[in-house]
Unconditional design. Structure first.
Length: 175
């Protein structure tokens, strides 16, 4: 069983009107990282100023990057036959699903949310963001709100949750 841990940075919060500008995918078998993929993307629309400030991704940085359509086959192939995992899975999955649809791919798969799992299994914690949880499990997240570092941290958290609670328990949260 393989999992695709995904993080996207986007121009806004709507998967229908906003676009992905940074994508990170980490493939794991629940014990170790098997593969990684990351790229900046030209969203072909303006990036809101607060998003630029939060992510450190600026308009001029992405102008010569590929469009999502240019990497859609790579993304689709990497996600095939894997459980989709993200921290706040609804957000990342909705962007991936809509972006793939716009590129002509139908994508549906089972999903796991590390945010939900952590809240349910670690209720004694006061915070549940990626940086806090990564630190709690012994990893320092230095580049927040960038897709690959966030996907790597989420993969680390996911593997630690599996080590602590067992894969069977984690799979109870499949959507």
């Amino acid at each position: 069983m393989e999992f695709a841990i995904v993080d996207v940075e986007t121009t806004g919060s709507s998967a229908y009107t906003n676009r992905i500008m940074d994508i990170g995918i980490v493939i794991t078998d629940s014990k170790q990282v098997l593969n990684k993929y990351s790229t900046l993307l030209n969203p072909n629309q303006s990036i809101q100023p607060f998003v630029q400030k939060m992510t450190g991704i600026y308009q001029n940085e992405v102008l010569n990057e590929p469009l999502f359509h240019d990497v859609s086959k790579i993304v689709f192939d990497m996600l095939q036959n894997k459980i989709f995992v993200a921290h706040n899975v609804k957000f990342d999955y909705s962007f991936i699903e809509q972006s793939l649809k716009r590129s002509g791919y139908q994508y549906q798969t089972s999903k796991l949310c590390t945010l939900t799992i952590a809240r349910k299994l670690k209720p004694e914690l006061k915070k549940f963001n990626v940086g806090f949880l990564a630190n709690y499990y012994g990893m320092e997240l230095t580049k927040k709100h960038r897709a690959l570092p966030d996907a790597e941290a989420t993969a680390y958290i996911f593997i630690k949750l599996i080590e602590e609670f067992g894969l069977e328990k984690i799979l109870e949260y499949l959507k």
